[in-house]
Design a protein around this ligand. Sequence first.
Ligand SMILES: CC(C)(COP(=O)(O)OP(=O)(O)OC[C@H]1O[C@@H](n2cnc3c(N)ncnc32)[C@H](O)[C@@H]1OP(=O)(O)O)[C@@H](O)C(=O)NCCC(=O)NCCS
Length: 170
Amino acid sequence: MHLTPATVRHRDAFLVMARDHRVAGADRYGRALEDFDVFLARILSQSRPSALPPGRVPQSHFWLLDDDQTRVLACGRLRHRLLPDLEVEGGHIGYDVSPAVRGRGVGTRLLALLLVEARRLALSRVLITCDDDNIPSRRVIEKNGGQPIAPTISPESGKSVRRYWVRTSQ
Ligand SMILES: CC(C)(COP(=O)(O)OP(=O)(O)OC[C@H]1O[C@@H](n2cnc3c(N)ncnc32)[C@H](O)[C@@H]1OP(=O)(O)O)[C@@H](O)C(=O)NCCC(=O)NCCS
């Protein structure tokens, strides 16, 4: 598996993954299906501090490709620093795996590769949060060395949120 910054080069593979999400009932990349170019321009602009609205931190988008680089298996987002609301929920890193390939170790590998990218940003540790009832995500974080800290309550969902510090070098 290979992590790449989001790029037009993998447009078709990304759209296959986006459709997999839609078919599975979570249309998280619906905007890409509507207009990929606008979607890509928007996510690429999120890494440029000059293009950000107040109260947002730069965030880089990465896609995980399979070995022959024909499929996008998963997506990751790396926020370059924290804000008080991200400390409650959101943290430095967010990720999702295509519903077509879950339960095969992809999420665990994705986070390991995102930690390498975090180290490149000189982050020695990252905060990662997940809903208390998201067992697969909890396992992904714990298998990457996550150390739990005090849980919080999500201001958005009212659900209990687990929070972990993860060192970027094991
Ligand atoms: C969370 C998510 C990224 C996990 O990706 P994945 O590729 O399925 O993860 P892995 O295959 O690496 O599995 C990680 C662990 O979760 C476990 N797991 C996977 N699916 C599971 C399920 N439905 N119920 C319980 N455990 C599950 C695996 O067994 C594995 O644990 P183990 O090593 O102890 O066996 C994926 O489910 C996803 O994209 N979910 C929707 C988005 C999301 O929740 N993102 C995280 C927000 S914090």
